[in-house]
Design a protein around this ligand. Sequence first.
Ligand code: 8YV
Length: 311
Amino acid sequence: MKPTVLQLGPMLPLVEQGLAASYTHLLLAKAPDAALFLAEHGAAVDAVVSSGRAGVNAALLDAVPNARIVAHFGVGYDNVDVECARGKGVVVSNTPDVLTDCVADLAMGLVIDVARGVSAGDRYVRAGRWPKGPMPLATKVSGKRLGVVGLGRIGRAIAARAEGFDMEIRYHNRRQSPDAPYPFEHSLLELARWCDFLMVATSGGEATRGLVSAAVIEALGPEGFLVNIARGSVVDEPALVAALAARRIAGAALDVFADEPRVPEALLAMDNVVLTPHIASATTDTRAAMGQLVLDNLASFFETGRALTPV
Ligand code: 8YV
């Protein structure tokens, strides 16, 4: 008998087709009444496929009492209640590594954009302002100081790219990484004081909520930029908006927000802010690789009892 896989939200055709080919494939998003659907089919579900858009809480886990794995599409799994899953003996897998390059590429793109005014320059040209005079001068990137908050796989890939720009790099983690080739800064406040660009690359969830606090943002100072490709929850967003509005920091480039897809209204009018709609992993290549890893995790789990990339 084929295992039954419950897909929670919309997924790439590659994933949907792969699920339909190998499993009894149930789609919660298409059910007119989710609670009714779960009451009818929940007990048959062996695996759940979740994503950044559709997570897994305790109630969902209760509704699928025989599920043994949650295969999550995404490296960050802050919307999956991993503790609750563990307590029920449910394995959770994610999609690390395959998205690292794309996320790091975008992170550097955001650094360059916010410092050099790529998006602002584009707006300037399109608005017909160039003939009336040049744009204000921007900020040099090469050779500047990059403070990485969270030197994991993605943080390291960003740092490696920043080395190509002759940037000086330091990092802050909960603990020092013994093999990190960059100086460790125990105090995030000190890191913010030291750097020109503070790059948020840590995981989300309760452990890092508000880590980049009002004090850390203020410590960046009027020449400092904040870049966030991690999770909106890591940054005190109202404090960031206030600091930007009062020009107490130089600018920010944000791919993630506290309440996506809502973006604080005040940011929309600021020319020193770059806003992208959570696209760091959003290339055809990388999303396909993430989707394939979801399928591979399920296949491995049903074949061997082990996921390839459990969290
Ligand atoms: C995705 C992400 O946008 O992997 C992550 O943690 O934030 C992104 O790659 C998202 O998770 C897709 O559902």
